[in-house]
Design a protein around this ligand. Structure first.
Ligand code: C2E
Ligand code: CA
Ligand code: CA
Ligand code: CA
Length: 277
């Protein structure tokens, strides 16, 4: 038993070492990636549940590294957060997403009411320059604050940094929308609902996936939607993969749907082709 224990420990050490090596490797490549313009954004449609019209898009980052090939955000975002590189990277995302929104609005009348949702990390929000960065990205592209929504997760808010709440309050007063992302996966979701000024609640896809197989998930989804609506929040269901899920969520009163059933995240030209032409 002792030997088995030791072997397991070795395996664990090895995994840890591999993870550390992976993050070192990524960290090195990430540091050069911005200057080398290796990042791009894709945009996932978020549609009105009832009418099916395009309401907003979520900007999602993609990285093609010259040395590592495609690397998914789930792998490199945590590394960028660790090193603080997420601040300049997040600033780039914000600027590029605003530039793209303005471009679509200029090129297509059908894009005139479109909104942009951007994911922001705790480090960005806690940055003293964040409010100025957001204002600059908006005004450089002639956008009103209402055109932009910031998506935060509970993990972001756990930092409990007073700067975060101050920045959010200021931006929201100016008209920028705030969404709580991955709702229902954290430990203290409900306390954030009372503490943080919010416009939108994005229900995590773990609920949605089991909507039709688990009575519990169904009941939870129903009650989250009812609670969110009574708080005056806009409800978005993430990870909608089937027509059945879309139907159920719509009948529960969910305002907006996002997921592969509606559309995968798309490069800008493809999105314009499908929705604005
Ligand atoms: P997220 O903010 O929860 O974004 C939704 C993720 O779910 C995206 O993965 C999207 O492609 C995926 N998805 C959408 N519809 C479906 C579906 O129907 N089924 C399934 N299984 N997945 C679906 P992606 O693009 O790989 O991004 C992963 C995470 O990386 C994001 O989760 C977000 O936390 C982070 N991320 C992505 N872009 C950025 C960024 O620009 N800044 C920051 N800070 N984080 C980002
Ligand atoms: Ca998100
Ligand atoms: Ca999410
Ligand atoms: Ca997520």
């Amino acid at each position: 038993a002792k030997r088995a224990g030791r072997n397991q420990l070795c395996l664990f050490d090895k995994r840890l070492a591999e993870a550390a090596h992976d993050s070192l490797l990524l960290d090195g490549a990430l540091r050069q990636a911005l200057a080398r313009q290796e990042f791009s954004l894709v945009y996932q449609p978020i549609l009105l549940a009832e009418a099916g019209a395009l309401c907003k898009v979520e900007a999602l980052i993609r990285w093609h590294s010259s040395s590592l090939g495609w690397v998914t955000p789930d792998r490199f975002i945590p590394v960028a957060e660790e090193s603080g590189l997420i601040v300049p990277l997040g600033r780039w995302v914000l600027q590029e997403a605003c530039r793209q929104l303005a471009q679509w609005r200029q090129d297509y009348p059908a894009a005139s009411g479109l909104r942009m949702s951007v994911n922001v990390a705790a480090w960005q929000l806690a940055d003293a320059d964040f409010v100025a960065d957001v204002q600059a990205a908006l005004s450089a592209n002639g956008l009103l604050p209402e055109a932009l929504e910031l998506e935060l997760t509970e993990r972001t808010l756990i930092a409990e940094d007073p700067t975060i709440e101050r920045n959010l309050t200021v931006l929201r007063q100016q008209g920028v929308k705030v969404a709580l992302d991955d709702f229902g996966t954290g430990f203290s979701s409900l306390s954030y609902l009372s503490r943080i000024p919010l416009d939108t609640l994005k229900m995590d896809r773990s609920f949605i996936a089991e909507l039709e197989t688990s009575r519990r998930c169904r009941d939870l989804a129903l009650h989250i939607i009812a609670m969110g609506r009574s708080l005056g929040l806009q409800l978005v269901a993430e990870g909608v993969e089937t027509a059945g899920q879309a139907e159920t969520l719509t009948s529960f009163g969910c305002h907006l749907l996002q997921g592969y059933h509606l559309s995968r995240p798309l490069p800008p030209a493809e999105l314009a082709e499908r929705y604005f032409r």
